[in-house]
Design a protein around this ligand. Structure first.
Ligand SMILES: *Cc1c(COP(=O)(O)O)cnc(C)c1O
Length: 368
């Protein structure tokens, strides 16, 4: 049997970093399904089987499309598809990924403005409303769960505000929240909802899933210079035939089918409850060791815990001990928060059992 996680030369280092996360043997086995042609009936059956399952996860009747790219492909593609010449984009910024989306817009020559708060603060709906009232915004980008700071923004409130502005397409990154907490695309009125596969879906990196509303397809039709690889019209045309525009990463799609079956067998509500329980267990450990979470209280991520290094411990040395003694790693802080925070991922296939084990290991290695 094919077992990639058993490496007899060096022991596998289990990932408790918030992406890419640990991938199960079962998922890797699905990856090795013998190849099929992407213009044949076998592929069309695979695609068609996946569609209602993804729609269930997205709580949508919109098509959920498959892109062979990491999330940034669709993050860039969405703004190129939805902002007309002479119109503006609004980027909500509160961490590394949301800040970068602004830069990506600028590098595409898109006229872009910002709603910006400090890292660790959530995006508040009233800030978005004040900015949108200035007018001229064809789209807005929001990151639901800022993985760099472990902060979850109040998406329901934000979406309710944005929906008062019918011209403004609401593009939401759920890269690290999809399948962790319910995000109901249709109920919230999201126009693009996207996620990469290497966060909570626990697949290897290299593929993204994204839902697109009818309004967003209508808009895309009117926008020139959408390019080819991420052209929403190409995706729509091919979707109708249960296909993707270019040759996709077919192994990822087999693995996604296996993962979606697993997710629906567990049941969405039970999956959300499991993630909440893992987050609570981790938060308790954090508090009982005298640490505080980095994000503003009330906006803590359920997918990962970003902890302020208030005891000034040598985070890098701690993680080194963890790796050497227990063959796993957590993350030592993202970008400018390196060393000042550490991040513990508790999403995907983890359970209360594996997280409680990790917390014991963290405890054991905390002091040298
Ligand atoms: C990881 C991540 C991304 C970027 O994903 P890539 O796979 O590097 O394209 C974007 N947004 C969020 C919230 C993320 O966590």
């Amino acid at each position: 049997m094919y077992r990639p996680l058993e490496n007899f030369v060096t022991k596998h280092i289990k990932l408790f970093i918030p992406g890419p996360i640990e991938v199960s043997d079962k998922t890797f086995r699905a990856f090795t399904t013998p190849m099929v042609g992407h213009r044949g009936a076998s592929f069309q059956e695979l695609y068609a089987d996946l569609q209602p399952k993804l729609q269930q996860l997205f709580y949508t009747k919109n098509p959920v499309l498959l892109s062979t790219s990491s999330a940034w492909g669709i993050m860039e593609g969405a703004i190129r598809n939805l902002v007309r010449p002479g119109k503006k984009l609004l980027c909500c910024m509160n961490g590394a990924f949301s800040d970068k989306w602004f830069d990506v817009a600028q590098s595409n020559g898109i006229s872009v403005e910002k709603v910006q708060v400090a890292w660790g603060q959530p995006i508040e709906a009233h800030l978005v409303e004040a900015k949108l009232q200035e007018g001229g915004f064809d789209a807005i980008t929001v990151i639901h769960n800022e993985t760099s700071t472990g902060t979850m923004s109040p998406l329901t409130d934000i979406a309710a505000i944005v929906r008062k502005f019918p011209e403004t397409m609401l593009i939401v990154d759920t890269v690290s929240s999809l399948s962790v907490v319910p995000v109901k695309m249709d109920e919230l009125g999201l126009d693009v909802m996207l996620a990469g596969t290497q966060k909570a879906l626990a697949l290897p990196p290299g593929m993204s899933v994204f839902g697109v509303s009818a309004r967003a397809f209508e808009r895309a039709k009117t926008v020139p210079n959408r390019g080819y690889y991420f052209d929403f019209m190409e995706f729509q045309k091919n979707h109708e035939k249960n296909m993707t525009p270019a040759t996709p990463s077919i192994p990822h799609i087999f693995a996604l089918q296996s993962k979606m079956n697993e997710i629906l067998e567990e049941g969405l509500d039970r999956r959300f409850a499991r993630h909440m329980a893992m987050a609570q267990m981790t938060r308790q450990w954090v508090a009982s060791h005298g640490f505080k979470l980095f994000p503003k209280a009330g906006f803590e991520s359920v997918s990962l815990s970003c902890v302020a290094n208030s005891h000034n411990i040598d985070v890098a040395a701690w993680i080194k001990r963890l790796k050497e003694r227990y063959f796993c790693i957590i993350d030592g802080g993202y970008g400018k928060l390196k060393g000042a925070t550490f991040r513990i991922s508790h999403m995907g296939d983890e359970t209360l059992h594996t997280i409680s084990q990790l917390l014991k290991w963290l405890e054991d290695t905390l002091e040298s």
